[in-house]
Design a protein around this ligand. Structure first.
Ligand SMILES: [Zn+2]
Length: 508
């Protein structure tokens, strides 16, 4: 009796609790659309033919970042810098330009002094360097990759989409504003790195160090490259979309090595150095980092969820409002769906990518050493230290030594998608491209030079987007691939976007 009574009471309590929980769910957990309403389009006149010619000329400087840094093309960068001075005379008269970088000073820091020194500055970023052309793909290019051809309504060439378009759209906008007599209220910095494609250890990392040493305490807003505007970019979103990166993963490469006895292959030991290392790699790949829904992913689904198919809304809502301490059934379902695809899976954990494996020089010689390199993209819940600890535990073999060989960076802060900076950016996007598109924050599984800002406490609000409209996902082939190109007319809108962003920053 006593027991039964207790039980029925607890059942009642549970029912009451679930009722009140449901009430809380309905009242507090709003899952209506987050899309900004009522923004009017702004028409900005751009002399796009002249601007396209300048971008075409920029592409003709082969500012390539090779993995082998000894291959650095000083002439290409110096030529490009001189060209910028000639192409944007007002910018170079009005803004201070410094060449920074350690050891190579080819990154550019422009300072446009604001009228009100009490306002925290804003930063516009892009990178000068481009990836090389794979020789075996050269004959697939419709126009020579460094010719900067303007043909069929497009500007063609390596870097025209990644990322010289962004440097030049920023400079075109600044040149227009200066001619109109504009001076910004807050100081604006333009930061154009020279080694983004190899992680930016010489360039932007150093620029951020310099700004910090000069006493910069707070940066209000940073914009840098990421995904372009494009329909069908994210699974489930067929409409045109503008995704704004709000957080980036960390980066680290570890070298694993086994150093032991070499010797003659006629009398081998039971386990060779290669065998020991191969086993270590297998153990590591079998010890994947656990899946976790991080804060940036929760933000992403609060904005994206209401725009995705109805039947999955309950799941996205559970993700958006989930609690880091426990994983609900719906969140588990989400994790399983995301894990099915390589791209979305990378959003859920620190990834392990074995990228290099070296040993041996001759068929009858046992190599005295074997080395491998593993690249990690570190999720927000991990750190460099926790990843190294995980690797050591997984391998559990003293014969394998572990060394960080990268200019590693930690996972970044998460920018606020409910803050004024995000709202200002969404408004500028809608003023430029209209309202027939979905704007959402997202978690970036790669990274760009802005991670060097965003990983530090004084610049948490970094937003990343490549401000150019592409026609379809087919155009992605140009990123690091063949036939990189942008539409001339869309380039005009990129310039208008940065022009309008400079206006809107006055109100931040
Ligand atoms: Zn890029």
């Amino acid at each position: 009796m006593q027991l039964l009574k207790k039980k029925s009471l607890s059942v009642l309590a549970a029912v009451l609790m679930s009722v009140s929980l449901a009430a809380v769910t309905n009242a507090d957990q709003d899952f209506s659309s987050m899309q900004m309403q009522g923004v009017k389009r702004v028409d900005i006149k751009v002399d796009v033919d002249a601007a396209a010619k300048r971008l075409s000329k920029a592409v003709q400087f082969p500012t390539i970042s090779n993995q082998d840094r000894a291959d650095f093309d000083v002439k290409a960068f110096e030529g490009y810098h001189t060209f910028l001075e000639q192409a944007y005379p007002n910018v170079h008269k009005t803004l201070k330009r410094e060449k920074l970088g350690k050891p190579r000073p080819y990154s550019l820091l422009y300072t446009w002094e604001g009228k009100d020194p009490s306002l925290p500055p804003a930063v516009f970023m892009a990178h000068q360097d481009v990836v090389p052309i794979a020789e075996e793909s050269r004959d697939q290019w419709q126009n020579e990759p460094f010719s900067g051809a303007i043909a069929d309504g497009y500007i063609w060439g390596r870097g025209v989409l990644d990322d010289k378009n962004q440097i030049h759209a920023i400079l075109e906008a600044a040149e227009m504003k200066i001619k109109e007599g504009f001076q910004p209220a807050r100081t604006l910095y333009f930061v154009f790195g020279h080694d983004e494609e190899v992680g930016g250890p010489e360039g932007v990392k150093h620029v951020v160090d310099v700004l910090e040493q000069r006493g910069l305490k707070e940066i209000a807003f940073v914009i840098d490259e990421s995904a372009p505007l494009i329909p069908n970019l994210f699974p489930g979103i067929e409409e045109n979309s503008a995704l704004i990166g709000i957080a980036q993963k960390g980066y680290m490469s570890l070298e694993l090595s086994v150093n032991g006895e070499g010797g003659h292959s006629s009398q081998p030991p039971e386990h060779s150095n290669i065998g020991i290392l191969a086993e270590a790699i297998t153990k590591l790949e079998n010890a994947q980092f656990p899946y976790k829904i991080n804060k940036a992913v929760r933000h992403q689904y609060r904005f994206m969820g209401p725009e995705l198919p109805k039947e999955k809304q309950a799941m996205y809502k559970a993700v958006a409002y989930g609690d880091d301490g426990k994983t609900t059934e719906l969140e588990q379902k989400f994790i399983e769906e995301m894990a099915e695809d390589q791209v979305t899976r990378a959003m859920l954990h620190t990834t392990i990518a074995v990228t290099m494996f070296n040993a041996g020089i001759k068929d009858n010689v046992l190599p005295p050493s074997a080395t491998a390199v593993v690249n990690f993209r570190i999720a927000p819940e991990d750190s460099k230290e926790s990843v190294i600890a995980h690797v050591k535990k997984a391998i559990d073999d003293d014969r394998v030594s572990i060394k960080d060989i990268s200019a590693s960076t930690p996972p970044t802060n998460v920018a606020d998608p409910h803050g004024d900076g995000y709202k200002l950016l969404e408004k500028t996007i809608r003023q430029t491209w209209g309202n027939d598109l979905i704007v959402s924050p997202f978690f970036v599984i790669g990274g760009s030079d802005s991670k060097h800002f965003q990983a530090r406490s004084f610049a948490p609000n970094v937003y990343t987007i490549t401000a150019i409209q592409l026609e379809s996902t087919k155009e992605f082939a140009g990123f690091h691939g063949v036939n990189e190109r942008i539409l001339v007319d869309e380039y005009a809108r990129s310039i208008a976007f940065f022009y309008q962003l400079m206006n809107n920053l006055e109100e931040l």
